[in-house]
Each structure stands twice: as structure tokens, then as C-alpha cells.
Design a binder for this molecule. Sequence first.
Ligand code: NAD
Ligand code: MG
Length: 393
Amino acid sequence: MQRITILGATGSIGVSTLDVLARHPEKYQVHALSAHGRVDQLAAQCRQFRPARAVVGTPEAAERLRALLRAADLPTEVGHGEQALCEIASCAETDTVMAAIVGAAGLAPALAAARAGKKILLANKEALVMSGQLFMDAVHGNGAVLLPIDSEHNAIFQCLPRSYARSPGGAGVAKIVLTASGGPFLKRAVDTLGAVTPEEACKHPNWVMGRKISVDSATMMNKGLEVIEAHWLFGAPAAQIEVVIHPQSVIHSMVSYVDGSVLAQLGNPDMRTPIAHALAYPERIDSGVAQLDLTAVGTLQFEQPDLARFPCLALAFEALEAGGTAPALLNAANEVAVQAFLDKRIGFRDIDRVIARVMHENGHHAAASVEAVLACDARARAAALAIVDALAC
Ligand code: NAD
Ligand code: MG
């Protein structure tokens, strides 16, 4: 029995994870679930999966959840806040942690899981973007196992040899090719992008996801964060990571080898595939995803990304090249700008302007400690908010 903690159980990834787990009750047992605000949804999940522990964001939410669980006669112990999240990510009663909180809020519990040597299924790319080397050191220094859930990175992981983690230089990899759908605005006239609404930005052509990552996909910051994520997961320099637009999202990513071979992983765009892959690795289990019918897909297309249309992608490459805390600056500014766009305080094209200003007006340093990264995150948020406030009035 694998005992699982799901951080961010009520989100898009959390719900997909529970869907896969429910198909294999003989293999997996839910130890703990977390949610920030959606207490009713979390209570329903507790009734179905009967975890030993549940964690929410505030004391008020915890009180409400306790009342709901008492009414259902469940013994689930309820906690709240960051420390409780770190506990359910690192306690002896859990083997595997699905890190599916969105944004920087997921860093502390994901790090706690790494330091406790857990098997970590990483969806929360922002945690790795912010803390890069520190996170990888915590994984390697404590015998943790890190398996990527992001569909691109899961695909690359599947296309690399098993021995890759031990000798990345010796595997003959020439290039890592991340595919990108291009999001909802791939073909929209650039001069009309300033007027798009949050609803339009969240309407992804191929994937159903949380609102933050949906906006990130529309700006292609999502792909930028994924380039940085790939750098840390696979030890590849920026020059070895390429982004190709592939609107059908059937090829989830590829690895090119020095002999000219290219290995790709294909499938229907459904996150239950990478989730099932990582849960069962190195075995395979049913995920509930239908088999890919290539003749129904018919055509696979590819094109170069247009950096004038998607300046966020260029900003992410710039942050990766700059190193140190630059990716943490980029990530924090992006989180603030995306939230301001979702709140209709700034326009879509203001997102990249806010991030560029935060990056260019604030110094970055060596990412020497988690504290240094968090201080940089806080400074970047304050700077981004000030720019947003000025733009919004
Ligand atoms: P979502 O918005 O649907 O869910 C986010 C989850 O995090 C929710 O359970 C929410 O309660 C919790 N949460 C939000 N703010 C929190 C806070 N401050 N403290 C604690 N918990 C908090 O997001 P999602 O689409 O499921 O994405 C989750 C992560 O997975 C993101 O990092 C995203 O980039 C990554 N990811 C998602 C997909 C996808 O298909 N949805 C694909 C690849 C990677
Ligand atoms: Mg992805």
C-alpha cells in the first residue's frame, strides 16, 4: 500500500489525482488532503477517501471543516496553515506527496517533503523555478525521489534512459524539445491582445486547468517556467532546451539524441496519464484516459514561437541565463501580475510589462538559502504590486 498526501487536493491536478487513486484502492491509500479555501469540496473528498488528516488555509476554514466532518462521523484530524502543510508532507505516515498547490505557497511543503526523503510527484513548478539548486540539493541530499507531473517533463522523463539521472552527460542527449500548444491567442491579431478578458485567457484549447496556469499558458509564461523547470530537473543548459509550438498537444515533448534519433511521448491531453505514470513508476497502471487515436487526430503541426507575441517566454529565458534569484523575481512578479489581470485591474499586455520592470529594476543575487529566495520573492511582490497599483489608477 502506497500512502499518499495530496497538497492542493481541490485543484485541477488534485481532482485528477484522486480520480486515478479511486481506480486502484488496493494499491493506494490517501493519508492526507489539503485545500486552501474550498471547504465543502474538501469535506466531500474526505467523505470519499477517509484520510487521517486534512489541512486548510485558515482557523475559520478549519472550524467549518471540523463541523462538516463531525456531522459525517469522520475521525479526520484537521489542521491549518503552512506548518500543518509541512507536517502532512513530511510525516512518517506518508510515502508519496503530490505537490499540486499553485504558486510560491507550495514551496515550503514541497521542500519539507524533499528533506524528509519522500517520493515527490511535482506539479507545482513554481516551487522548483524559485528555489532550483536548493530544491534539487534537498532531493539528492535526503534520498527523495522526484518525479515530474508537468506533462512535458513527464514526457521527457519517459524519453530519457533510466541511467540518465546518474550520468546526464553520458546519455548522448543533444536537445530537450518542449512542446507548447500556444494557448488560446496563438492566432489572434497581436494588436487586439490588450483587450482580451480573463474568461478568454482561461479558455485553453486543449487542457482544462486552474486559472493561474491557464493565464500562464495564454502568455506562454507557462512554457517559460517549464524551460527553467526542465533545466533543474534534467540538468540541461538553456542552450540545450528548445520550445516548439505544437497546437494539437498530442506530442507532450521530445528528446533529441546525438545520433539523430528523436524520442517523443504521445497521448491524449489528459493529466491523469502523467499522474498515473508517476504514481506507479516504474510500473504502469490504468489512468482512465482513452487510447490515442492518431487517425482521428489526422495532422500534427509545428512552428517556432513568436517572441514578439509572447514576450514572457523571452523573459523566462533571460531569468534562467541570469541565474541566482532572477527566476524567483520572475515568478513572483508573474504571480502578482496574473492575479491583477484575473481581478481585472490590469490588461493582458500589462502582464509582461510588470514582469519586465520588476526584473530590470530589482537586483538579483546568489540564491544562497531558502530565506534569501523568500526575501527576494517578497521584494518582487511588493515591487510588482506598486507597478500594478500605478497602472490600475
Ligand atoms: P488549481 O488552481 O486548480 O488548484 C490549486 C490548489 O492549490 C487548490 O487545491 C487550492 O486550494 C490550493 N491553493 C491555492 N492557493 C493556496 C495557498 N496559498 N496555500 C495552500 N494551498 C493553496 O491549480 P492546478 O491547475 O491544479 O495547478 C496546480 C499546480 O500544478 C500549479 O503549480 C500548476 O502550474 C501545476 N500544473 C497544473 C497542470 C494542470 O493541468 N492543471 C498541468 C501541469 C502543471
Ligand atoms: Mg505543462
